[in-house]
Write a protein that binds this ligand. Structure first.
Ligand code: SAM
Length: 214
């Protein structure tokens, strides 16, 4: 198992900072993910981030910040525009009880997501090819949480994901500095912003949580 290929000390330190036990299983799973992400990216250009340490920090640990804002009783999550699996797959590795839908329109990314779900033997994960606008809306919502990274503006995020989320469910979107400009003109009463730092870096993230009314 390729834990020797992983910048293991960064991952360990990052997990510890996030109060996530760095079990051997978890370290090995992230090791497999890193190797496969790089292997597929050489052919399919899945990510612009190519250095191991950067993948650990900017994909794995950044994705895990979402868990700081996910309600502990959330069970079903949709990752909208999952790309190469961020933030959904890292969240699932740490919270295996989650039932996860990875939504992605691009065929080569969908193929990678299916490959990773099979390779990591992840139960209760559905990979759906499509755009969020095309997901059938069920009255009362489908998921306890919708997560989005590097896709929508705050406004578009609220508009496009609200119908997918159950009453009292949450929509989580991570943004960098400057996110406040996107809040101008929006009703921010139901929004909560949590300022976090990607462990082992000084990169700040602002996770915007919108909670659906009851
Ligand atoms: C910049 S990438 C981010 C991928 C991943 N969330 C991440 O943070 O690494 C945006 C992804 O959203 C997908 N996408 C674009 N429009 C979408 C839509 N309307 N519904 C769902 N996914 C969409 C793209 O195919 C792409 O993979």
């Amino acid at each position: 198992m390729p834990t020797d290929l992983l910048p293991i000390s960064i991952l360990r330190e990052g997990l510890t900072a996030l109060a996530i036990p760095a079990t051997q299983w978890l370290l090995e799973a992230f090791g497999v993910y890193l190797v496969e992400l790089k292997r597929w990216s050489r052919i399919h250009n899945l990510t612009a981030i190519t250095e191991d340490a950067d993948i650990v920090r900017r994909h794995f640990l950044d994705s895990l910040l979402y868990l700081r804002c996910l309600p502990p009783d959330a069970r079903s999550v949709i990752d909208v525009g999952s790309g190469a699996g961020f933030p959904g797959i890292p969240m699932k590795l740490v919270r295996p009880e989650l039932s996860l839908c990875l939504l992605e329109p691009t065929g080569k990314k969908v193929a990678f997501l299916r490959h990773m779900v099979a390779t990591l033997s992840l139960p209760n994960v559905t990979v759906l090819q499509g755009r969020v606008e095309d997901i059938p809306v069920i009255p009362g919502g489908t998921y306890d949480a919708a997560v989005v990274r590097s896709l929508f503006s705050v406004d578009a995020f609220l508009t496009k994901t609200a119908a997918l989320v159950k009453p009292r469910g949450v929509m989580l979107l991570s943004k960098g500095k400057g996110y406040e400009k996107e809040l101008i003109g929006l009703n921010t009463d139901a929004l909560h912003v949590e300022q976090l730092t990607i462990p082992t870096t000084d990169i700040q993230r602002f996770i915007i949580t919108a909670t659906m009314s009851a």
